[in-house]
Design a protein around this ligand. Structure first.
Ligand code: ADP
Length: 512
């Protein structure tokens, strides 16, 4: 690789690619962190939802407490407490029974006939005297707490304190049917806050039995569980419907990773394109400088020969008439070589400037070829070439600028001469390719490798390996040929093999 190209690669890598790759690495790393944060936010949101369910159930029981408090404070109600309590129980179906007691020790439970037969409040109160004492201290601070006490499998005892002025019924027990409470009281709330997005469940912690689920679980795993404050044996669960947080996050991660990779790929592709363009420019600059030195060299040789032989003739050093003739012909052929080179350069600069014009007319290709051949015959002979001209008389007229075609053909013959070594043979012929007329120049010279065949039509391009280097040239000949053929809506094709010679063809479109 060229030194300046290496430098460009280094600069591009340092300025664009390296930061881009570092950025990608950083992004991928921070992606994980932000996914963690999102997960945390989601979890917090789920926790908040479960918190509100707990809050709601406490509010529910608090409202029962208020109703019962009013009951024990109301003198008239107190007289028929039993029937008032009955109707309270009738309204609130999930409450199995309620009881009131006056103090802790000795426990004298007011004889309300609401207790279940198997339920012994005295025992429960005495077993949980610590908790009841704590309720008292809360009450002194002005706060009425509800404390779940012992519960069997199906029911839960909630104890709270009332404000009984007679101090007879200041401990209140509400025994609820846990399942019924969940299914009838809590379920409404669970339904309303779960919306369409979440599914909230309630399960028995002991046996994992699902007591209630807003939507069908369908085997989905419950992601977050929290105790139900008032029912210690039960817990609330929450999950996203249809999809899980993990799959949302992993979906996001995949999308983000894909986007980052795509961005990196685009960046790499961009860098590659920039690199290619710069490399082409660098190569072109190199080729141009080679061109200048090639042209100078090409001009210098014929000029030196012309001036040398002209001087010899001028000084009268050519003794015989034969020698003189030889020198004259050298001067003439070198002068025409010079003019060919100059014409080539002028022609190229016209093409580059878009000023080349073609005078198109109906042309007999055979006669153009014949004319060029006859001018060149002598030159070929002089250079020791075996040559032949084979013309297909049947080819139709073509529409072309005969001068331009001659120029293209001369360039091909010139190259055939220049790039032939030991086997000096040139065969020119005309013919048909499908329905299109062509003229071809075939040599047995050094040939062109497959890879170089693609490049030889580029401006200034010269094959730089092997013997070619010692042959003078501008790298413009085939560029001109290609341009001329394109202007005629035709094409120039090449068939060649290294060391075995080449065949160039000028193919013209069918004459309409
Ligand atoms: P140049 O002035 O170098 O001949 P051209 O554009 O005519 O420029 O040709 C480009 C290159 O293609 C040449 O440098 C040579 O390497 C290769 N080339 C062209 N014609 C032939 C041929 N007949 N045989 C072998 N190589 C050829």
């Amino acid at each position: 690789m060229n030194k300046s190209v290496k430098k460009i690669v280094l600069i591009l890598t340092l300025i664009i690619l390296l930061p881009a790759l570092l950025f990608t690495a950083f992004e991928i790393n921070s992606l994980n962190e932000s996914e963690e944060t999102i997960k945390e936010i989601y979890t917090n949101q789920l926790e908040a939802i479960l918190f509100s369910v707990n809050q709601y159930s406490e509010d529910m029981v608090s409202s029962w407490r208020s109703a019962l408090n009013t009951m024990v404070n109301d003198e008239t109600a107190l007289q028929n407490l039993s029937s008032r309590a009955d109707s309270f129980l009738n309204i609130n179906k999930s409450i199995q029974s309620i009881f009131f007691a006056d103090s802790l020790n000795p426990v004298t439970v007011s004889g309300i006939s609401l207790f279940n037969n198997y339920f012994d409040p005295v025992k429960i109160l005495s077993q949980n005297s610590d908790k009841i004492r704590r309720l008292h201290s809360y009450q002194q601070a002005g706060y009425y707490k509800i404390e779940p006490l012992k519960n069997d499998d199906s029911s839960t005892v909630l104890i709270t304190l009332l404000n009984d002025p007679h101090k007879k019924k200041n401990i209140c027990g509400i025994i609820i049917n846990s399942r019924q409470f969940i299914r009838e009281v809590l379920s409404q709330k669970l339904k309303s806050i779960s919306g369409e997005e979440f599914n909230i469940t309630c399960t028995n912690k002991k046996n994992n039995e699902l007591i209630y689920s807003v939507f069908n679980l369908d085997g989905q795993e419950i992601k977050l569980k929290k105790d139900l404050w008032l029912l210690p044996d039960y817990e609330l669960g929450i999950l996203l419907r249809g999809t899980s947080i993990e799959s949302i996050i992993s979906g996001r991660t995949t999308t983000n990773l894909l986007l980052i990779s795509l961005l990196t790929l685009i960046l790499i592709a961009g860098v590659f394109v920039v690199f290619r363009n710069i490399r082409r420019e660098v190569e072109l600059a190199q080729i141009k400088s080679d061109f200048v030195s090639n042209v100078s060299h090409e001009l210098r040789t014929p000029l030196a020969l012309i001036s040398m032989f002209a001087e010899t003739l001028e000084m009268g050093r050519a003794r015989t008439e034969e020698k003189k003739q030889e020198y004259y012909s050298i001067i003439s052929s070198e002068a025409s070589r010079l003019s060919r080179i100059v014409n080539k350069i002028l022609s190229f600069s016209k093409i580059e400037a878009g000023r080349r014009e073609y005078n198109v007319a109906a042309v007999d290709l055979n006669s153009v070829v014949e004319e060029v051949f006859s001018t060149y015959q002598f030159h070929l002979q002089n250079n020791g070439f075996v040559f032949s001209l084979n013309m297909n008389e049947k080819i139709p007229e073509i529409k072309a600028d005969s001068e331009a075609i001659s120029e293209a053909l001369i360039n091909l013959i010139d190259n055939a001469v220049k790039y032939s070594r030991d086997k000096k043979e040139i065969h020119i012929s005309t013919g048909f390719e499908n329905t299109r007329a062509f003229v071809e120049v075939k040599d047995c010279g050094i040939g062109i490798s497959e890879e170089n065949q693609k490049k030889i039509f580029d401006k200034f391009y010269r094959v730089s390996e092997g013997l070619v280097h010692s042959t003078k040239g501008t790298g413009l000949g085939l560029t001109l040929v290609k341009h001329i053929m394109e202007a005629h809506q035709g094409e120039v094709t090449v068939k060649s093999k290294n060391g075995e010679g080449s065949r160039f063809r000028l193919v013209f479109p069918a004459f309409k």
